[in-house]
Design a protein around this ligand. Structure first.
Ligand SMILES: *Cc1c(COP(=O)(O)O)cnc(C)c1O
Length: 493
C-alpha cells in the first residue's frame, strides 16, 4: 500500500494579508530614486503575496519537501548514475580560495586553481588509460561533440576529407547520433545481436570508405560489457576510422579496467555521474575527454600542461587546435569536487566503486528475475535492463510499474530505453546503496508486479499519493508552463 500521502501545502497567496512584510530593511541613507523615471516601464501591480518571513520560509521549505532527490530516497534511474555524492566534496568546493576567484583574473594569481585542474587531468589519464585529458566540455554530449571534432580534424590533417559517416549502434544514447549530426556527419546505425553485443557482421558491412569513426558505449546502455571490444577497434582502424568511447558508464569500470587499453582513440567522461557532482535539472556538468597522442595536436585550447619542472601552464599557440569549446575551463568547482572524490578514494580505493556498482546491479537483476526477466540473460555491469513485456497483455506497461513505485516512495527507473528492448525497465542502483535498501526496493517491485496481475487499474492510475497525479509528458514538453500565477479568487491581496 502507499506508504504516505503528502498533503498539498497551502498556497502562499492564500496566506497573503495586505501590509504584512517578511523583511526588515534598514532605513535608506541615500536619496530615494524614482524608479519609474529612471528605468521606465516599471510594473505597478506586481501581485506579490504579502506574508511574514516565517510564512515565506514555510513556503519554500514545503516546496523543497515535495521534491525528490538522492538525499531523500533511492534513485535507480538507469544510465544516470544517481549515486550519493559525499559531503566532503562540498566542504572542499566551498573553500573561499576556490569560490572567490574569477576566470578573468591574471593567470599568475591562480596557481592553486591550475594545480587542481592539472591534478584532475593527471589522475583521469591514469584512470582512463589515455595520454591526454581536457576538462573543457560542459556536458557529456558536449564531450561527444568535442571528440568528433578532434576525429574530423585528424582526418582532414591527413588530407582525408571523404569520410562523412559516423557509425552508431542501435542501443546508443540519443546524444550519440545527435552529436554526430551536429558535427556535420551522417549516421549509419549498427545492429545489436541476439546476445546484446555489437553485431560484427553488420559492423563489417557498414565499414565503407566513407566512415570517419564509430561511437561505442562500453558498457553498452544494455548494461553489458562488449566482449569483442579489441576486435571492433581493430576492424574500424583497419578501415581507416577512429573509435570513440561513450564513457558515461565509467562507473562500471573505474579502477578496474581502462578504455585507453581497449583500443579506443578518445572518450568522454561525465564528471557529474561517475566523479560525483550532484546533477539533474540541467546542470552543472563536465564532459571531460580523454585522447591518444595522435589526436593531441587538435586539442581545444588553451591546453593545460605541466612544464618540465611540473608547473601547470596554459598553452595557446597551437595552430592545429579545433579552437575553444567553452569560455573558460569548464565548471571549475566540479573539478574541485572530482579531485576531492578521487583523493578520498585513493588509487587503492577506486576499484571499490565499480565492484560495488556491478555487484549491486547483478543482485537486483537476480532478485527480480522471476517477475521481470533480464532483456539479455547474462551478468550485467553497473545497471540491468529488464523487460515488463509479460504484463502488457493484461494492459500494464513498464511505465505503469514505474509510476506505481512513486506511491511507495521510490524514484522510478528509466523506461523504454534502450529503444531495442520492448517494455524496458533500466535499473542502476549505483555502488552507494546498501543491501537493505536494495532488498526493500526489490520487495516493492515484486509486490507491484503482483498488483499488475491482480489489479491493473491500480497501476494505471498511479501515482495517487502525490500532489500531482500522472502528467501528460508529451504535452508538458510541448507546452512548457513553469510559471504559476494566482487567479483573482486565489489572490487575497
Ligand atoms: C548521460 C549520458 C550521456 C549524456 O550526458 P549529458 O551530460 O547528459 O550530456 C551520453 N551517453 C550516455 C550513455 C549517458 O548515460
Amino acid at each position: 500500500m502507499p506508504t504516505k500521502v503528502v498533503p498539498a501545502p497551502k498556497l502562499i497567496f492564500e496566506k497573503s494579508s495586505p501590509g504584512r512584510v517578511g523583511c526588515n530593511l534598514p532605513k535608506a541613507d541615500t536619496p530615494a530614486v524614482n524608479l519609474e523615471a529612471t528605468l521606465g516601464g516599471v510594473r505597478k501591480e506586481l501581485n506579490l503575496p504579502e506574508v511574514s518571513e516565517l510564512d515565506l520560509l514555510r513556503h519554500f521549505t514545503n516546496l523543497s519537501h515535495i521534491n525528490y532527490g538522492i538525499e531523500t530516497g533511492f534513485y535507480p534511474l538507469g544510465s544516470c548514475t544517481m549515486k550519493y555524492n559525499p559531503k566532503i566534496n562540498e566542504v572542499v568546493a566551498a573553500n573561499p580560495g576556490f569560490t572567490g576567484i574569477h576566470p578573468m583574473q591574471p593567470i599568475e594569481t591562480v596557481p592553486g586553481a591550475l594545480e587542481v585542474l592539472a591534478q584532475v587531468q593527471d589522475i583521469l589519464c591514469e584512470v582512463t588509460g589515455f595520454d591526454e585529458i581536457t576538462l573543457q566540455p560542459l556536458a557529456g554530449a558536449h564531450g561527444e561533440l568535442t571528440c568528433l571534432m578532434l576525429i574530423r580534424a585528424y582526418h582532414h590533417s591527413r588530407g582525408d576529407s571523404r569520410r562523412t559517416v559516423i557509425l552508431v549502434p542501435d542501443s546508443a544514447h540519443g546524444t550519440n547520433p545527435a552529436s554526430a549530426a551536429l558535427c556535420g556527419y551522417s549516421v549509419r546505425s549498427i545492429a545489436t545481436n541476439a546476445d546484446g553485443n555489437t553485431d560484427l557482421e553488420a559492423l563489417k558491412a557498414a565499414l565503407e570508405s566513407d566512415v570517419a569513426g564509430l561511437m561505442l558505449t562500453n558498457p553498452s546502455t544494455l548494461g553489458l560489457f562488449e566482449p569483442n571490444i579489441e576486435e571492433i577497434c581493430r576492424l574500424v582502424h583497419e578501415a581507416g576510422g577512429q573509435v570513440f568511447c561513450d564513457g558515461a558508464n565509467m562507473n562500471a569500470m573505474v579502477g578496474t579496467t581502462r578504455p585507453g587499453d581497449h583500443g579506443f582513440d578518445c572518450m568522454h567522461l561525465n564528471l557529474h555521474k561517475t566523479f560525483s557532482t550532484p546533477h539533474g535539472g540541467g546542470g552543472p556538468g563536465c564532459g571531460a575527454i580523454g585522447l591518444k597522442s595522435h589526436l593531441e595536436p587538435f586539442l581545444p585550447q588553451p591546453v593545460l600542461r605541466r612544464s618540465p619542472l611540473g608547473k601547470p601552464e596554459l598553452l595557446t599557440e597551437r595552430p592545429q587546435s579545433i579552437g575553444r569549446v567553452s569560455g573558460f575551463f569548464g565548471q571549475f568547482l566540479m573539478e574541485v569536487r572530482a579531485l576531492a572524490y578521487l583523493l578520498a578514494y585513493g588509487k587503492s580505493g577506486l576499484p571499490q566503486i565499480s565492484r560495488h556498482a556491478v555487484l549491486n546491479a547483478n543482485y537486483v537483476m537476480a532478485r527480480l528475475k522471476e517477475v521481470l526477466p533480464a532483456a539479455y540473460d547474462r551478468p550485467c555491469m553497473h545497471e540491468c535492463v529488464l523487460t515488463a513485456q509479460r504484463y502488457k497483455k493484461g494492459g500494464v506497461r513498464a511505465l505503469d510499474i514505474s509510476k506505481r513505485l512513486i506511491d511507495y516512495g521510490i524514484h522510478p527507473p528509466t523506461n523504454y530505453f534502450p529503444l531495442i528492448v520492448p517494455e524496458a525497465i533500466m535499473i542502476e542502483p549505483t555502488e552507494t546503496e546498501c543491501k537493505q535498501t536494495l532488498d526493500e526496493f526489490c520487495e516493492v517491485m515484486i509486490t507491484i508486479c503482483q498488483e499488475a496481475e491482480t489489479d491493473a487499474e491500480l497501476l494505471k492510475g498511479a501515482p495517487t499519493s502525490q500532489i500531482v497525479g500522472r502528467l501528460d509528458e508529451a504535452q508538458a514538453v510541448k507546452q512548457l508552463d513553469v510559471r504559476w500565477q494566482p487567479t483573482k479568487d486565489e489572490c487575497l491581496v
